[in-house]
Design a protein. Structure first.
Length: 384
């Protein structure tokens, strides 16, 4: 096991794999400027390396523009200066999650508004395939112009292998392999196994979210959006769930039941299943909801798991969940998971009645619109 994996496992809260890896890579590039410049030149992001000053910072905050609803926090900011002019590069790094908040568009607008900058560059680097063709056109239409580059972590891995004699580089490479970031564009035996078994796996998951489970969900919370578990949720947010929201016409307060973490950063992790209640950072009644959620966590620490209850701005929530691994010893997996889903529904209904002093009204399939569903833009699997 790599040193960085061991350090990440010591983290007491939910494992911030993306932030953790961002800090590692940023530090490595800050002490190995030649590797940084070589990497940027290799992808034609810069044309020369005649810089006298290189500054790298992480989690840099930028005040939102008038058109933005919130401030922004950049994963990595690189400032390259030759003494006469400065080039600025924003790097947005993703491992398991994707850009679900239109953050890239905001970063491009912030870059375009920076004063005294020669070249403005946004790099979106991901582990998984996440095409962003729609970003390139607005990036070039702005004035001053912003250059947008989309890269994959396996490309960085291949480049870093050329410097594998460095001990820190070796540790980074080991961490990347463990977290599926060295994967190339070739199908593996595991990929082929997934292909031929996909329908069987999907059918099993659909069976656990049966009509009986959905009916209990409807009775408890008023409705099921789209009337069934959505495959688009699998694509967008690595989850396969039935869900509804409780605030009028928005997703500011919602709950989902099913499978979460279907594309974990660590490929040895199991998905988890259960029910999740989440509140938006922009919801007017958020303070009261957070207070109630915290009481639930304090009273039932062995049953409920918090997510970002003390973080702002952020989506916050509570989970009633178990690992899929907990069900593998059961003789009938489908039956055992169905029973747990029903238990999860009843548990959320119980805490709703005991801890929240305002009524929830679930939204039916007919009331939900496509625009509503697009507002569900933050993955609980990525922040929980």
């Amino acid at each position: 096991m790599s040193l960085f994996t061991n350090l990440l496992n010591l983290h007491s809260a939910s494992k911030p794999c993306e932030d953790f890896f961002t800090e590692i890579v940023a530090y490595f590039l800050s002490v190995n400027n030649d590797i940084l410049l070589s990497w940027l030149k290799h992808h034609s992001i810069i044309s020369d390396d005649n810089y006298s000053s290189i500054k790298i910072s992480t989690q840099q905050e930028h005040k939102g523009l008038e058109s933005h609803t919130e401030d922004s926090r950049l994963d990595i900011v690189v400032e390259l200066s030759n003494g006469f002019s400065t080039d600025v590069i924003f790097i947005e790094s993703k491992i398991g999650a994707k850009d679900g908040n239109n953050s890239l568009k905001k970063y491009i607008e912030i870059l375009s508004n920076l004063p005294n900058v020669r070249h403005r560059i946004l790099i979106y680097i991901t582990r998984d395939y996440d095409p962003k063709k729609e970003i390139k056109t607005p990036a070039f239409n702005l004035e001053p112009k912003v250059s947008f580059y989309q890269l994959r972590w396996h490309q960085f891995y291949a480049r870093l292998q050329q410097h594998a004699t460095d001990i820190l580089a070796q540790e980074i490479l080991m961490f990347m392999r463990r977290n599926g970031m060295s994967t190339t564009n070739q199908f593996s035996s595991l990929d082929l196994l997934t292909m031929v078994n996909f329908n069987k796996t999907l059918n099993l998951m659909e069976s656990t979210l049966s009509e009986e489970v959905q009916q209990e969900f409807k009775v408890a919370f008023g409705g099921v959006i789209r009337g069934a578990a959505s495959r688009t949720q699998w694509k967008w947010d690595e989850r396969f769930i039935i869900y509804t929201h409780f605030s009028p016409s928005t997703w500011d307060l919602w709950c989902g039941l099913g499978y979460f973490g279907l594309n974990p950063s660590n490929l040895t992790d199991y998905p988890y299943l259960g029910i999740f209640l989440q509140v938006s950072h922009r919801f007017g009644q958020r303070p009261k909801i957070i207070e109630s959620m915290q009481k639930i966590i304090n009273d039932k620490p062995n049953l409920w798991t918090p997510s970002n209850l003390k973080v702002l701005p952020a989506w916050s929530g509570i989970f009633y969940r178990k690992s899929l691994q907990d069900f593998l010893s059961e003789e009938n997996h489908v039956s055992a998971i169905q029973l747990f889903f029903q238990e999860s529904i009843r548990e959320l209904k119980t805490v709703q009645e005991q801890y929240f002093d305002f009524p929830w009204k679930g939204v039916s399939t007919e009331e939900a619109t496509e625009a509503d569903k697009e507002d569900l833009d933050t993955s609980p699997s990525s922040i929980a």
